[in-house]
Design a protein around this ligand. Structure first.
Ligand SMILES: [Zn+2]
Length: 239
């Protein structure tokens, strides 16, 4: 299958409701992007967390981003965990501020039909603030069983699959008591999406993309005015 590349992306924005969401949802993809283009700029926004979870989020973000040389901006906000729907106005104001501050080539965020209420709020407000952007919605396995088949896949190398899982297990000790938070869950997700996308490594991350605009010209530039003349000069055969 022909695979369009994200290699030319220069600025990425990742948004997570909670301390470990970005890593679980798109940690492998970020490692792949950093391998491909170490100078890529990454804005990493975690919207809630307090105490130990703030420290874990910071350590983890820095560990993932240490593989790159670009400008990295890690922001840890303190909206109240599990109550995002009641903080709609404040979170929306923050997203609109973010939309004025960052012009990302790709936005990674939660899925719009995620079963977690905080994740859904983040997904919807991402769509409000980044209306003219490529938005990739990542997935997070959970007890509620809300997964469905993604429509975009990023192959993940065996090495980066292992790095992702190792960092998750090392950095988020506070989560390890949860029955779902283990290496088998994360590896199973990567393997399943790898199977569905025929990834050569066997691993992939899956995303849901609501809208994607494609182009035939490099770097997303508009065709120049001369292109119209060239089209006009083409031989046209008709019956
Ligand atoms: Zn979460």
């Amino acid at each position: 299958m022909f695979q369009p590349s994200f290699h030319s992306a220069q600025t990425v924005l990742c948004i997570g409701a909670h301390s470990d969401d970005i890593e679980i949802g798109c940690g492998g993809t970020l490692l792949e992007l950093l391998d491909s283009n170490p100078s890529i700029d990454i804005h990493w926004i975690v919207l809630s967390g307090e105490g130990r979870r703030v420290d874990e989020a910071k350590t983890s973000a820095e560990s993932f981003l240490s593989r790159g040389t670009g400008r990295h901006n890690v922001l840890l906000k303190q909206f109240r965990d599990s109550y995002f729907p009641t903080q709609w106005e404040a979170i929306k104001d923050y997203f609109h501020l973010l939309g004025r501050q960052v012009q990302p080539d790709i936005v990674f965020t939660h899925r719009s039909d995620d079963a977690h209420q905080d994740h859904r709020v983040v997904s919807e407000l991402t769509g409000c603030a980044f209306r003219n952007h490529l938005v990739m919605e990542y997935e997070i396995a959970k007890y509620d069983g809300d997964l469905c088949t993604p429509n975009v896949f990023m192959p993940i190398s065996r090495r980066n699959a292992q790095v992702k899982n190792d960092l998750l297990m090392e950095c988020f000790e506070s989560q390890r008591s949860k029955q779902w938070f283990d290496e088998e869950t994360f590896k199973a997700m990567l393997r399943l999406r790898g199977l569905e996308s025929n990834s050569s490594s066997g691993y992939a991350e899956g995303f849901h993309c609501r809208k994607m605009c494609i182009t035939a010209v490099p770097d997303n530039r508009e065709p120049d005015a001369g292109a119209v003349d060239r089209i006009g000069a083409c031989d046209v055969h008709s019956d």
